[in-house]
Ligand binder design. Structure first.
Ligand code: AMP
Ligand code: GLY
Length: 421
């Protein structure tokens, strides 16, 4: 198959690596890709949101399948755009992508289908006062979520009622632009989080991929600002067979059935952001794509052919295509630019061992400069993934490899997976 992968981060590097290892992959392009994805296919300077350019490329290059890495093209309707076109698209329709694009839509979907999640109500500027009254019925801390996509920054957790009311007013007043014209106020859940990925074919079949946990805060001990993710591990010790059986029964099956019953076409990855509340799984959020950096541990732990799975999902016939899990543990640690998630410099040279024997180095924010040097080009620069018989071994291998890679200001959390070792 000739495959076009859209995106440019560590997630797309891991997808590209896995796709390119398949005997079924005849040709792979990554748009726009990064300095590392060029090792797995050909980078194409094209925006994932420029559907007309993508269509022209698909036609001129005979692309058979489009794989979408990030949510923006999905929420903008890339699946529908190509609906009448012979190319396969892995992903949800625009209507189904609202599971990520609108928190209110996702919460209402879960309540229609009895899927466990935090109690909530949605407010707009006209109902601000009711929103403050609703907040007063909840226990602190208070969770406020901009309804629309806000680049991962649209969730506020406020310690006091007074602050929560003020934030609700600010959000509804335009703090996140259109994204916060509606705000979901919900009950705070305490527990430990994990990410479950499901690939579905829109016809009732699905496969559950290896479970992962990511580390979102920039600082050790889960402190400091939220980031795109500083590292990930798989498997997740608390997400054992008993827990995963509950996830499948109470969350995965009703989600797949709910999509079918509501006529929401979905042929792609469903990302369940879950929290275990004393062993009982609840949904924190849906995303309509793979996670980053979770993909950098999930793909290495998927033994089966990814191209078979993707094509099966996109054709609406996963049938009995297997999704076997590798029994080994995998861990990834992200090297970020100094200053991230605040402002940070770009264009700093990256040196050292980028092809260590013990690890895979996935590029995230990298580029090749005019002199052909490998340089930093983003906040999250590299994801260093390793296998191990245990998470401790996998993490030790990733840290050892990371220590042999250098750029000015390089920072990584040293405690990824800490609670499991
Ligand atoms: P989201 O963008 O919905 O994933 O929210 C970002 C983060 O906020 C999540 O990963 C959780 O850590 C936290 N969060 C969101 N909703 C809740 C909730 N109801 N209770 C506790 N924490 C939450
Ligand atoms: N790692 C969380 C995400 O991709 O949204």
């Amino acid at each position: 198959m000739k495959i076009l992968l859209l995106g440019s981060g560590g997630r797309e590097s891991a997808l590209a690596h896995k796709i390119s290892s398949s005997a079924r992959c005849e040709r792979l392009w990554i748009a726009p890709g990064n300095a590392g994805t060029a090792a797995y296919g050909d980078n194409v300077a094209m925006s994932p949101l420029d559907f007309d350019a993508i269509k022209a490329f698909v036609e001129s290059h005979g692309v058979d399948m489009i794989v979408v890495g990030n949510e923006d093209p999905l929420v903008a309707g890339i699946y529908d755009y190509f609906e009448e076109h012979p190319v396969l698209v892995v992903g949800p329709s625009r209507a189904a992508a609202a599971l990520e694009g609108s928190k209110d839509f996702a919460k209402a979907f879960m309540s229609r289908h009895g899927i466990p999640t935090a109690a909530y109500r949605t407010f707009t500027a006209d109902t601000l006062e009711e929103g403050c009254h609703y907040l007063a019925t909840l226990n602190p801390p208070y969770v406020l979520k901009a309804d629309g996509l806000a680049a991962g920054k649209g969730v506020l957790i406020e310690p006091t009622l007074e602050q929560a009311c003020r934030s609700l007013s600010d959000m509804l007043g335009g703090q996140f632009g259109k994204a916060s014209e509606s705000v979901v106020v919900e009950e705070f859940l305490s527990g430990i989080e994990c990410s479950v990925f499901v690939l579905t074919d829109g016809a009732g079949s699905y496969r559950i991929l290896p479970v992962a946990k990511d580390y979102k805060r920039v600082g050790e001990g889960d402190t400091g600002l939220n980031t795109g993710g500083m590292g990930a591990v798989s498997p997740v010790p608390f997400a054992d067979d008993a827990f995963m059986a509950k996830v499948e029964e109470r969350i995965v099956r009703p989600t797949i059935k709910g999509l079918l019953d509501e006529g929401l076409t979905y042929r792609g990855f469903i990302f369940l952001g879950l929290i275990s509340c004393e062993g009982e799984p609840k949904v924190i959020e849906y995303n309509v794509r793979m996670g980053d950096p979770e993909t950098e541990v999930v793909m290495p732990r998927l033994r089966s052919d990814l191209v078979d799975l993707l094509a099966g999902a996109a054709r609406g016939s996963l049938g009995d295509i297997p999704a076997e899990h590798d029994p080994r543990a995998a861990a990834t640690v992200i090297a970020v630019s100094g200053g991230y998630p605040g402002s940070y410099p770009k264009g700093l040279e990256i040196t050292g061992e980028l092809h260590p024997a013990a690890s895979t180095v996935y590029h995230a924010g990298t580029a090749t400069d005019a002199d052909g040097r490998l340089v930093t080009a983003g906040g999250r620069v590299l994801a260093v993934t390793s296998y191990g018989d245990t998470l401790a071994e996998a993490l030790a291998a990733s840290y050892a490899s990371l220590d042999d890679i250098h750029f000015d200001g390089k920072y990584a959390r040293r405690d990824i997976g800490h609670e499991f070792i």
